[in-house]
Design a protein around this ligand. Structure first.
Ligand SMILES: Cc1cc2nc3c(=O)[nH]c(=O)nc-3n(C[C@H](O)[C@H](O)[C@H](O)COP(=O)(O)O)c2cc1C
Ligand code: SF4
Length: 607
């Protein structure tokens, strides 16, 4: 078998993607997978091939953290940097790996063999610490595994020859309810839908009171109705359905498990949604960290096509045509925001659009588009079989159905738990093996959600009390809640897309304040600064990322203030660093370490 030249590889990728500029992210990913990185020459060839300005292609390559415009080593190791990975020892293990590879974090080894760095949460919090090696996930890192991986890297062993158990990812389903425990057969939801009119199915979904599971909790029935009623524009009007599987919120991994164990149900939900809105094309936007799911999901799609559950005249219904494409993300949390996701699907940088207009009227390619979370679509498929009234009997008055929680942190049994809405935090803690008396806080719905303290454990999961996209991170009384918020401040500063100044600058200022307090140079002044930045972010940011970026600091300052206070140096303003200490090396080099060379003694003399 002859080996392809880089040019032949690029040509093959472009041909496979039909030279289509909307597939730019997929094109760059496939080329990088084959060639290791995206050189200026490669970007120029791609730009010519898909007839886009080179600046646009470079802008896209530079936006996504999983694309490299410089060589990153034959083995690119990324350590998941969520607080739960840290709690399981990721920081020390990463240092151990760097030491063994003679590497500084963030740098490529001189021989071009490897680089080691951190990345935002990889969605493996129930089995951390986790890493990505060339974007393949490896979980349950420990010292032994680190040594083994270093040996494999040093001996240049291809990833395909690494022990298969390294790549085993567990589902850890601990509690099933209507979704995870469903017994409906493949095609049931579609058979039920196609026996009714699209409007009748829409009525069922509206009657179910299903609300979006991706965070905002908007009524799914109303969203589908608005999309259905919107008119497509231009010479080729179309409607689209998008399943949002970006799942970038730290601490959230339930969509990973739904796509592993209920892929048919999710695709069926997408097809039911397409039937309702009149879409012929749909997309699953899968986060890059879940690359390992791609082949199995493609296989499910192929089987569905063979069974006439996708394609032309689905289930013999004349004119019911629908198919699904999978797009992989490339390491950008912001692409979970629906309009940024659509930009990314169009082959652009993931920058949220100005809204209105909303995607339901002007979404993918400016056409009416319904963007729904994985869990929402799975629930829609169930409703198609069992009806809206049945669904509404489960849960609470304002939150019908169940919620799938991703539980991690200080508990004996981390994993996936599905509950009817209305369950209390205390009940969940008891189920997952977190002792109430030893638990000080739970972070609900990830860093952008809410941090609750022990006094609040009677509160209930549901839109009327504690809405959540699914993350449930448990912190015992030994944990330092300042460190938790500190980690989240870095997450937001790293993931801000940089489009609007309040968020670009505000998230960095927040991170700097938290770094300063961490370093022991904080004062009451910095706490006030955090509150000021919070106001700025909430009022002037362009999208939800900015609006929520200060939530972890705000909550922990209200509920765990001693964790901050014991770090504060004084109540007055303190500079971010100790100038006298910083100058100590200079004093030594110049041989002047007498009292007058110290800033403090100078200040005393002058006063
Ligand atoms: C910064 C940011 C990240 C988001 N990430 C996700 C995500 O990973 N998955 C998701 O379903 N929704 C996410 N959302 C919410 C989506 O914008 C959108 O509301 C959701 O996909 C709609 O689906 P639903 O109605 O089923 O909840 C995010 C929103 C913001 C502001
Ligand atoms: S708020 Fe932040 S993430 Fe959202 S558009 Fe502005 S810079 Fe980007």
């Amino acid at each position: 078998m002859s080996i392809q030249t880089p040019l032949e590889t690029i040509d093959a990728v472009l041909a496979r993607n039909l030279d289509n500029p909307t597939r730019l992210i997929q094109i760059l990913r496939e080329i990088q997978e084959a060639l290791g990185w995206l050189s200026p020459e490669v970007l120029a060839i791609v730009a010519r091939g898909i007839r886009l300005p080179l600046a646009r292609v470079k802008g896209v390559a530079g936006f996504y953290s999983f694309f490299h415009t410089q060589p990153m080593g034959r083995y690119r190791v990324l350590w998941s940097d969520n607080v739960t990975d840290r709690m399981l020892g990721s920081t020390d293990l990463m240092s151990e790996m760097c030491k063994k590879l003679w590497l500084e974090p963030g740098r490529v080894s001189e021989d071009g063999l490897a680089s080691v760095a951190t990345t935002s949460c990889t969605g493996m919090c129930d089995q951390g610490p986790a890493i990505l090696v060339n974007y393949r996930a490896i979980t349950r890192l420990n010292s032994q595994r680190v040594t083994h991986i270093v040996d494999l890297i040093r001996s240049n062993t291809p990833l395909t020859d690494w022990p298969t158990e390294f790549f085993q990812i567990d589902d850890n389903i601990r509690r099933r309810d209507i979704l995870l425990g469903n017994s409906i057969q493949r095609g049931d939801a579609l058979r039920s839908a196609t026996q009714q009119s699209p409007l009748a199915i829409l009525e069922e979904i509206k009657r179910s009171s299903l609300r979006g599971r991706g965070g905002a909790g908007f009524s799914t029935g109303l969203k589908l109705e608005a999309c259905r009623n919107a008119r497509g524009s231009g010479s080729n009007p179309e409607h689209y359905v998008i399943c949002n599987a970006d799942e970038g919120e730290p601490g959230t991994f339930k969509d990973r498990v739904l796509l592993t164990t209920q892929a048919d149900l999710v695709f069926e939900g997408m097809t039911v949604a397409a039937y309702v809105v009149g879409a012929r094309r749909g997309f699953l936007y899968l986060r890059g960290e879940y690359r390992y799911l791609l082949d199995s999901l493609e296989a499910v799609l192929s089987r569905r096509r063979a069974d006439r559950l996708l394609g032309h005249n689905i289930l013999e219904k004349d004119g019911f045509d629908f198919d699904i494409e999978i797009h992989l993300g490339a390491g950008a949390y912001i692409c979970g925001e629906e309009s940024a996701l659509i930009e990314s699907l169009e082959g652009k940088r993931g920058i949220p659009r100005i809204r209105p207009p909303f995607p339901v009227t002007h979404g993918y390619l400016n056409q009416p588009t319904s963007v729904n979370n994985v869990e929402t679509l799975a629930a829609a498929a169930l409703i198609s079989v069992k009806g809206g009234d049945w669904f509404r009997t489960i849960g609470t008055a304002k939150s019908s159905g169940t919620k799938v929680l991703s539980i991690s942190g200080d508990c004996d049994r981390p994993g996936i738990y599905e509950y009817p809405f209305g369950v209390t935090v205390a009940e969940v803690l008891a189920d997952c093996g977190a002792e109430l008396s030893k638990t000080q806080a739970v972070q609900i719905s990830g860093p952008s959600g809410i941090c609750i303290s022990a006094e609040e454990f009677k509160r209930r999961i549901g839109f009327e009390d504690l809405p959540t996209a699914g993350a449930f991170m448990v912190f015992n009384t030994q944990r330092d809640m300042f460190e938790v918020a500190h980690n989240f401040s870095h997450f937001f500063a790293h993931e801000s897309c940089g489009f609007c100044t309040p968020c670009r600058v505000g998230t960095t200022l927040l991170k700097n304040c938290m770094d300063k307090i961490e370093a022991g140079h904080g004062s009451e002044y910095d706490i006030n600064e955090i509150f000021k930045i919070n106001r700025l972010l909430q009022t002037a940011s362009h999208c939800g990322l900015g609006h929520t970026a200060c939530n972890p600091m705000f909550d922990t300052l209200q509920k765990f203030k001693p964790a901050y206070e014991r770090r504060l140096k004084s109540l007055a303003f303190e500079p971010a660093f100790d100038l006298d200490e910083t100058l100590s090396q200079a004093r030594q080099m110049t041989g002047r370490d007498d009292a007058a060379a110290h800033l403090e003694s100078n200040a005393e003399e002058n006063s």
